[in-house]
Design a binder for this molecule. Structure first.
Ligand code: GAP
Length: 512
């Protein structure tokens, strides 16, 4: 655990040192749970957006993208249920005065039991070696069975109490499980209260004339209210999807763990409109498609797991999370939700406008069902950054810090380094950049020894370093160094574009 906490600290400090992420308004000591993306962070973030946007829109002829306003008519949030039901159950520890989400305290307790099961499996796997049958072990070992039973019982109790809004029951569960405050170590808990997560502000310049509006807590509603506009203007036929990337805001009670849980963040959401009754087929399709999209990045298949929701959101009839192995353990990265016809029907009721689709094949009109995929851009950023940051010991015993980002996502694709600052080498290096910059984000660096410059590029994840030396002036060739293998090849300047493109072009990621 301590090692994992150290890893998160390492990620935070690396992100700051190299211009990926800064604490927001740092000169005023920052603002809790808000962060700014720096010069390299913005590039990485843009590349993540492009990967998602292209895979949704360019790769699917029946999905289009929009960019809706953050401010929406206040009735939107009444209709969507967020005014009444977008709450988190809160509990305070009277000794530490720290506030927690009651459901998260219980989920963390469950995770500890799950860790015990994992340890049993690890122990047995070491003991039995190749003959170890994990499935049989999980189904028969008494300790595992006892702990699995415990988890099922706690999950069931949590589901029932939360669904019935039985806040006293949630508190009792925390007490029965003997959950202690991680800060004070005490079980001195207050009652549980509901807390609405939406930020509100006022619209209108004249006092008294103002009306309360909300900062959107999800981008999805901008898609729902535009369902008919897009369907009609785009002549979309069901099944079809509408995708969007944009900011969302939540007054999170416990906002911590760097950019994992922020009050201002970005979502990449897609609503897929389907025939009623076909939603489960599409729910399975999108679960599989989204897991594949994540795994194509090559961060390791074991870094992902699917987790079905215990308590369904007010709009869903099925929901699961794609969890990622963050430095803090497995946590939600993306949600896949079968949202039924809840949102469109609610908007129909509140606006008085029909939100229906005429299906020419069935010759009937209906309110479509919706399957949603929703991934946090900042969480994607943290997943990629934390997984890629490594300390490597090289063959000669020296160490290097490497950010082994997927090549297509790296902020800079190429660094061009003149061996010395004289003999026309800088001019030649700049000439190379002037040719490559139309295809790749390039960086020029002439300061320090070539070894130090390679290390700097490794630390920011640049896939290729081009070194310009005296031989370059003679025969138009350069040294091309690969970040991961550190192999160096001699290559003609004329072949650089073709060679690098084959390795860094996002199309190869999209083809996977
Ligand atoms: N439209 C559905 C929806 O908003 P959600 O599970 O509440 O569902 C979707 O959020 C995703 O948004 C999450 O999986 C997570 O990646 C991201 N997200 C949610 N709250 C966040 C926060 N406070 N900070 C950063 N990302 C967040």
């Amino acid at each position: 655990m301590e090692q994992k906490e150290d890893k998160l600290k390492e990620v935070i400090s690396h992100a700051k040192e190299y211009g990926f992420v800064f604490p927001s308004s740092e000169i005023y000591d920052g603002l809790a749970a808000t962060y700014d993306y720096g010069q390299l962070g913005s590039e990485l973030k843009n590349n993540l957006k492009t990967y998602w946007w292209k895979s949704m829109t360019q790769m699917h002829e029946n999905i289009v993208g929009i960019d809706a306003a953050i401010f929406m008519h206040p009735s939107t949030w009444k209709a969507s249920g967020h005014v009444d039901a977008f709450n988190d159950p809160l509990i305070d520890n009277k000794d530490s005065k720290k506030r927690y989400r009651a459901d998260v305290l219980i989920e963390e307790h469950i995770e500890k039991i799950r860790q015990k099961i994992n340890k049993e499996v690890e122990k047995a796997s070491k003991k039995f070696g190749d003959s170890f049958d994990e499935t049989q072990f999980l189904a028969t070992n008494p300790n595992v069975l006892r702990n699995s039973q415990k988890i099922s019982e706690i999950e069931e109790k949590m589901r029932i109490t939360l669904e019935n809004n039985d806040l006293e029951g949630v508190r009792q569960l925390i007490i029965d499980l003997e959950i202690v405050c991680p800060i004070s170590g005490s079980k001195n808990w207050t009652e549980v209260r509901q807390f609405n997560l939406m930020f509100s502000t006022e619209l209108g310049s004249v006092a008294g004339d103002a009306s309360t509006i909300y900062l959107r807590p999800e981008t999805a509603q901008g898609i729902f209210v535009n369902f008919l506009n897009v369907q009609k203007s785009g002549r979309m036929k069901i099944p079809f999807g509408i995708a969007q990337i944009g900011k969302a805001f939540r007054n999170e009670i416990v906002a911590r763990q760097f950019i994992f849980r922020m009050r201002e963040f970005e979502q990449m959401e897609m609503q897929f409109f389907v025939r009623p009754g076909e939603e489960m087929k599409w729910y399975e399709y999108w679960k599989e498609t989204r897991v594949k999209w994540h795994k194509a990045l090559g961060l390791g298949d074991n870094a992902y797991r699917l987790h079905d929701h215990i308590k369904l959101a007010h709009y869903a009839n099925a929901a699961c999370d794609i969890e990622f192995d963050f430095p803090m353990g497995f946590k939600e990265l993306e949600g896949i939700h079968s949202r039924t016809d809840f949102d469109l029907k609610q908007h129909e009721n509140h606006s008085g406008k029909k939100m229906q689709y005429f299906d020419p094949e069935l010759n009937e009109s209906y309110v479509p069902y919706v399957v949603e995929t929703s991934v946090g851009l900042d969480r994607m950023f943290l997943a990629v950054l934390s997984n890629s940051l490594k300390n490597e010991t090289l063959n000669d015993g020296s160490e290097r810090v490497i950010l082994s980002l997927p090549y297509a996502l790296a902020p800079y694709k190429v660094a061009v380094l003149p061996l010395t600052k004289k003999d026309d080498l800088p001019e030649k290096a700049k000439e190379i950049i002037n040719n490559l910059k139309f295809d790749f984000q390039c960086q020029y660096d002439e300061k320090d020894s070539i070894g130090k410059r390679y290390r700097r590029q490794d630390a920011i994840g640049t896939p290729f370093c081009i070194t310009v030396d005296h031989e370059t002036l003679e025969n138009n060739s350069v040294t091309l160094r690969d970040r991961d293998s550190m192999e160096q090849i001699r290559i003609s300047i004329d072949e650089l574009q073709f060679y690098i493109d084959k390795k860094v072009n996002m199309k190869y990621l999209l083809k996977k």
